[in-house]
Write a new protein. Structure first.
Length: 341
């Protein structure tokens, strides 16, 4: 269905225009009747009635014009009034038969040079969960981002990342950064920036709180270590930037350990050293965890990872054997246990 042209008045405007024209013709007809009844020089009353009829006709003609010619109101009325007042009869016929149709035909409708698209669903709008038969549910978000030819489907896949754990979502968002469509890339970049901005704000607030109230037991330092570590854990930072945040996290956890040592703080230190490839320091931290009473179910998997990275495979099997049967059935560890058994 063709859309109405906003430059042309609708049927209601034409009806109002006809009312003004009918009123003006009535006043002009009465003025002519008075002049015919009393021929000669028109009286002031006849001239006033002609002027009133010209005003009514001018308003009717103005409302019949295309909308962009109806403004300014005073200027349009003045031009039409002068024509109708100075050229009675002839001006009205000329305007109705020549000027008004010519104005409508002066700017013919042209084919649009662009395509009208629906506004895509953006993050600030409420999201609806995908239906069970949607492409995202059938093939997964990674497949949609990698192989779907529809920019809208890839954009919806990026939006669906808001409902995933951050570590999974960030991997998919980085995949969206390589999308050939600008809208998909910008949406992925904005969501990644949101993760980074939120993490940076938490670090700044916690640092300000520590500077203001102190940190005698190292709780703030431990929290800052975990927040800095998240840049690497969530893959928000890479390369030298990731190394910087890991070093910052190691400095903070060392501060926390000096103020109050604990097995969980030593475990975090060991994982940070493992990420930094400082294997001797990681082994020392895990040894401290065992001395401080940490259970094998909490420690053995990380010691096995250290043994794997240092290519001590017999030691890795020994560490995995320390896990209890319930811990060995963990969804993440169970495939590993089956492979190395």
């Amino acid at each position: 269905m063709p859309r109405p042209n906003p430059a042309q008045p609708g049927g209601r405007h034409y009806a109002i225009s006809l009312c003004w024209l009918a009123a003006g013709l009535g006043v002009e007809a009465w003025a002519v009747h008075r002049w015919i009844a009393s021929p000669g020089v028109p009286s002031l009353t006849d001239i006033a009635m002609h002027a009133a009829g010209s005003v009514l006709l001018a308003e009717g003609l103005r409302r019949a014009l295309p909308l962009n010619y109806q403004q300014p109101v005073l200027g349009s009325l003045l031009v039409l009034f002068l024509l109708l007042f100075l050229l009675p009869g002839i001006a009205l016929i000329g305007l109705l038969l020549a000027v008004v149709p010519a104005l409508y035909l002066a700017a013919p409708a042209r084919i649009r040079a662009w395509q009208t698209l629906d506004l895509p669903s953006l993050p600030y709008r409420p999201l609806t969960p995908p239906s069970a038969d949607s492409i995202a549910m059938r093939e997964g978000l990674t497949s949609v981002l990698s192989f779907s030819e529809s920019p809208m489907a890839r954009q919806e896949a990026i939006l669906a990342c808001r409902h995933l754990p951050p570590r999974q979502a960030i991997g998919l968002l980085r995949l969206g950064l390589a999308d050939p469509t600008d809208d998909v890339r910008l949406l992925a970049y904005s969501m990644l920036s949101g993760f980074e901005r939120e993490l940076d704000e938490r670090i700044q607030r916690l640092t300000a709180t520590r500077d203001q109230h102190g940190d005698p037991y190292g709780h703030h330092a431990e929290a800052l270590a975990m927040l800095n570590w998240e840049y690497d854990y969530l893959h928000l930072a890479q390369g030298s930037t990731a190394h910087f945040y890991l070093t910052q996290a190691l400095t903070e956890i060392d501060t926390a350990i000096r103020r109050a040592n604990s097995a969980h703080r030593q475990l975090l230190r060991g994982r940070l050293c493992l990420a930094l490839k400082a294997f001797d320091s990681a082994e020392a931290a895990f040894t401290q965890c065992a001395l401080l009473g940490m259970h094998d179910d909490d420690l053995a998997a990380y010691r096995a990872e250290l043994a794997f990275q240092t290519r001590r495979y017999d030691d890795m099997r020994e560490q995995l054997a320390r896990l209890s049967p319930s811990a060995a059935q963990h969804p993440v560890l169970h495939p590993l246990m089956e492979y190395w058994r």
